[in-house]
Write a protein that binds this ligand. Structure first.
Ligand SMILES: CC(C)(COP(=O)(O)OP(=O)(O)OC[C@H]1O[C@@H](n2cnc3c(N)ncnc32)[C@H](O)[C@@H]1OP(=O)(O)O)[C@@H](O)C(=O)NCCC(=O)NCCS
Length: 171
């Protein structure tokens, strides 16, 4: 994969068909908090109601075709110094360095674009080895194991917490 083909940009309603391609795949949504979607209407509603108004959600694009997202959501009030990151790539493109590249691009931009942000956190299920590797490759620090921390798809799960500070070096 020539990683110069990867870019980040805001979502558009016209991404609905591309979004539906991967968001309808249980393998992809398994570790995400939202459920697999099944129709173009749901895809459009998701983009319109969540992706576009989101404080910082970028479509991961391959030659401008939407194949996933990277999202950074700041906490509210006094805690806007801290944000949560999540990302996903269509299964068709797994294992080609795309999530790592997209997360690196996001870390280069987001501290400049969200004022006051100093810490980005990621919570990853213990079984999600691919996601842990992505975070480690970009330079996130594994801070520990949070036991029975997060509810996802019918179960309360143990999760690793990782962080990246505005002063950390992107690897
Ligand atoms: C996790 C995910 C984003 C990885 O995307 P990707 O584009 O395949 O990741 P990359 O190609 O950049 O891989 C980075 C590293 O992880 C490794 N990796 C990827 N998937 C892996 C897996 N299932 N098991 C072990 N290692 C894996 C790759 O080999 C690579 O390491 P290397 O360079 O040392 O070989 C993708 O699998 C996905 O979208 N999963 C579903 C959504 C999800 O889990 N999101 C994260 C929620 S916390």
């Amino acid at each position: 994969m020539n990683l110069s083909r990867i870019s980040l940009r805001p979502f558009k309603l016209s991404d609905a068909d591309d979004f539906l391609k991967w968001a309808s795949d249980d393998k992809v949504t398994r570790y995400l908090r939202w459920n697999t979607i099944t129709s173009r209407e749901e895809a459009l509603a998701y983009i319109e109601k969540f992706a576009i108004p989101h404080p910082w959600r970028q479509s991961i694009c391959l030659d401008d075709q939407s194949i996933g997202y990277v999202s950074v959501k700041p906490e509210q009030g006094d805690d806007t110094c801290r944000a949560h990151v999540s990302y996903v790539v269509s299964a068709e493109y797994w294992g080609q360095g795309i999530a790592t590249e997209a997360l690196r691009m996001a870390m280069c931009r987001v501290f400049k674009e969200l004022s006051g942000l100093v810490r980005i956190e990621a919570l990853v299920e213990v079984e999600n080895k691919g996601s842990q590797r992505v975070l480690e490759k970009v330079g996130f620090l594994k801070e520990g194991l949070l036991r029975k921390y997060g509810y996802c798809k019918g179960e309360i799960r143990d999760m690793f917490i990782y962080s990246f500070l505005s002063t950390d070096k992107i690897m």
